[in-house]
Design a binder for this molecule. Structure first.
Ligand SMILES: Nc1nc2c(c(=O)[nH]1)N[C@H]1C(S)=C(S)[C@@H](COP(=O)(O)OP(=O)(O)OC[C@H]3O[C@@H](n4cnc5c(=O)[nH]c(N)nc54)[C@H](O)[C@@H]3O)O[C@H]1N2
Ligand SMILES: Nc1nc2c(c(=O)[nH]1)N[C@H]1C(S)=C(S)[C@@H](COP(=O)(O)OP(=O)(O)OC[C@H]3O[C@@H](n4cnc5c(=O)[nH]c(N)nc54)[C@H](O)[C@@H]3O)O[C@H]1N2
Ligand SMILES: [Mo]
Length: 558
């Protein structure tokens, strides 16, 4: 996030695009609801009537995959009305003329035609966002999981710069990160092309620094592969061994059949997990790790805040913290690692990672002691430290890009709308979009072991509009067959007006009806994220069905 969770309350208008906040980020979702109670304005752009869409001042119910068309339409109207912030554009940005030209090449009416959002609503949204003092944007997987995911993010960045809504409290471009510590994993170099702190593996200065810290020579400085590229390299015979740690790709990666083939093919597979997952079935070796409740360390959350976590339970017999397992393997391979605790690893992080230079255990402990439990979001400084925090005298950074962007000037990118990979056809006449629901987590290895959660949502349910259910003779709660070019699954029908006719939605939490049997593998060329949010499908009643059968529409939210 460019900004902090607490400063959501400084916004007058919030654009929530591709984030089902109350289900996927309920704590932040509550802050959004509070914002509405404070009389602020909310615009929701989502193909579904999610809970916040029902509360929003404006719901832009776009067709999945048409985000760029919608955002460019909003920016066209801002330019038509002269609502752009010329002072900000001139003093803080570059490449504006080329960007402006690209926006002027499409009309608001064309944006409406592509996205299915009425032109009048696109204009209203543009005016709301551009004319208030502080407008912010929250986004999540509803704009990133496309073969055009990077373009979608560039388009929201353009919108914020065009109106000068960045670099101050209550503004910004704020991706809501998925896991409690996915930000931390990326910060530590859990990516194929960087060391910790996003220092590039092909930057000689960064390589020299790491060589010195680790006492090794780093000969192979090539960029590595992302997860989807690895699966393809297994097919090519280029990758012959795979070590999977805290990931269940059989259920979470697109086009399950292909993932199954790749994992069956790889010569040697190690899986390190806290449970025996579907992916473990393919493993040569399974290494049992202990859970986050049983280990020390830090989590870095979506607003770049590093917080201390402490073991609350002893590890179960036969398990150990991930870092200890990795250290033992490294030692057997001849490395001489001697970390003694999570803190000793943090000391090295402080030395080699500029953003984390001043985030020491000593300071995090002191912060925790000061903290009062009832103050969480009122007071940004209540716990942990937000990076960049270069040294121990630095108090951390709540707002990025204030006064100056990290690259210097903000760069306007001319971004054109591109269609999703799959479109409806006679054979596959509906669109499937996938995501999450409140009570389950990803591949279900953890949440589906909780009897309380299973009692709330025991089965995979597919959201279907009442009109489609009637036409296809599908009753609420009945098992249905859903088929794409890649496979077929049998979830239960959940008849609801959360989705519009022609669109179905289902979560990917259920191994027995895995949404990823159906999804598309095409990747964004830059971020390498797959297009998980749009697949063309065919829906059928299982027992013949009887068109016109009575349906019982029900509220899908839990
Ligand atoms: N309960 C629960 N919470 C979770 C998780 C979980 O599994 N369960 N997972 C965590 C993780 S890792 C992540 S990444 C986050 C994800 O959090 P979110 O991204 O909020 O969750 P999703 O359900 O994947 O998708 C969000 C919304 O995108 C919409 N959408 C689909 N297509 C489009 C489109 O073209 N445009 C727009 N504007 N919207 C579209 C969907 O209708 C959906 O409501 O959640 C985190 N939180
Ligand atoms: N169709 C579709 N597919 C999607 C998405 C979508 O929206 N639609 N979203 C994508 C996104 S954003 C994400 S983040 C992925 C998530 O995909 P995954 O990361 O594969 O899903 P999880 O179920 O969270 O798997 C994490 C595994 O880590 C294990 N684990 C938990 N704690 C620990 C630990 O401390 N140590 C170790 N070693 N293991 C641990 C859990 O038991 C679990 O098996 O799914 C992606 N796939
Ligand atoms: Mo995620």
């Amino acid at each position: 996030m460019t900004n902090s969770i607490a400063d959501i309350h400084e916004a007058d208008v919030m654009l929530l695009i591709g984030s089902n906040t109350t289900e996927a980020h309920p704590v932040i979702g509550i802050e959004v609801v509070r914002l509405l109670n404070e009389g602020k304005k909310l615009i929701v752009a989502d193909p579904r009537k999610i809970d916040l869409a029902r509360r929003a001042h404006l719901h832009l119910q776009l067709r999945p995959g048409t985000n760029v068309a919608l955002l460019n339409g909003m920016m066209r109207h801002i330019l038509d009305k002269g609502l752009e912030d010329m002072e900000f554009i001139e003093s803080r940005t570059e490449n504006y003329p080329a960007f402006r030209e690209s926006i002027m090449s499409a009309t608001v009416e064309e944006a409406a035609e592509i996205s299915g959002v009425p032109a009048e609503d696109i204009r209203k949204a543009a005016e709301l966002y551009a004319t208030c003092n502080n407008a912010n944007i929250l986004y999540a997987m509803g704009i990133t999981q496309f073969h055009t995911g990077t373009n979608n993010v560039l388009a929201v960045a353009n919108l914020s710069m065009l109106t000068g809504n960045i670099g101050r409290r209550g503004t910004g471009v704020n991706p809501l990160r998925g896991q409690n510590n996915v930000q931390g994993a990326c910060d530590m170099g859990g990516l194929p092309d960087v060391f910790s702190g996003y220092q590039k593996v092909d930057d000689p200065a960064a390589v020299a620094k790491m060589e010195e810290a680790w006492g090794v020579t780093l000969e192979d400085r090539q960029k590595g592969k992302t997860i989807m590229e690895m699966m393809r390299s297994i097919d090519d015979g280029e990758i012959r061994a795979l070590y999977v740690m805290g990931e269940n790709p059989i259920i979470s990666d697109p086009n399950q059949k292909h993932v199954e083939e790749s994992l069956a093919k790889v010569d040697f597979l190690v899986v390190q997990d806290i449970f025996f997952t579907e992916t473990c079935e393919y493993a040569d070796v399974v290494l049992p790790a202990c859970t986050s409740l049983e280990k020390d360390g830090t989590f870095t959350n979506t607003e770049r805040r590093v917080q201390r976590v402490r073991a609350a339970l002893e590890p179960r017999e036969g398990t150990m913290p991930d870092w200890q397992i990795v250290q033992l393997i490294a030692s057997r391979m001849g490395a001489d690692w001697s970390y003694t605790s999570a803190e000793s690893i943090m000391t090295e992080i402080n030395q080699v990672t500029p953003q984390y230079g001043g985030i020491t255990y000593r300071r995090l402990e002191a912060k925790s002691e000061q903290r009062t439990p009832d103050v969480v979001f009122e007071e940004t400084d209540s716990c942990g430290l937000q990076w960049p925090c270069p040294d121990e005298d630095h108090s951390g950074t709540p707002v990025l890009h204030a006064g100056r962007f990290s690259r210097g000037n903000g760069f306007f990118s001319a971004v054109e709308y591109q269609k999703p990979v799959e479109e409806v056809s006679d054979e596959y006449p509906m669109i499937l979009t996938t995501g999450r629901e409140l009570v389950h987590y990803h591949t279900g290895t953890m949440s589906r072991q909780a009897p309380g959660l299973n009692a709330l949502v025991p089965d995979a349910r597919l959201e279907i509009n009442p009109d489609d259910a009637r036409d296809l003779g599908i009753k609420h709660g009945e098992r249905v067959r859903l088929t794409s070019r890649r496979g077929s699954i049998e979830p239960f029908a959940w008849v609801t007006d959360r989705v519009s006719p022609g669109l179905v939605f289902m979560p990917f939490h259920f191994a027995e009806a895995p949404a990823n049997r159906l999804t598309v593998q095409t990747l964004d060329p830059i971020s390498k994220i797959p297009e998980l949010k749009v697949a063309a499908v065919r829906l059928e009643a299982m027992n013949g069905g009887s068109p016109g059968a009575a349906v019982e529409p029900e509220e899908a939210s839990v």
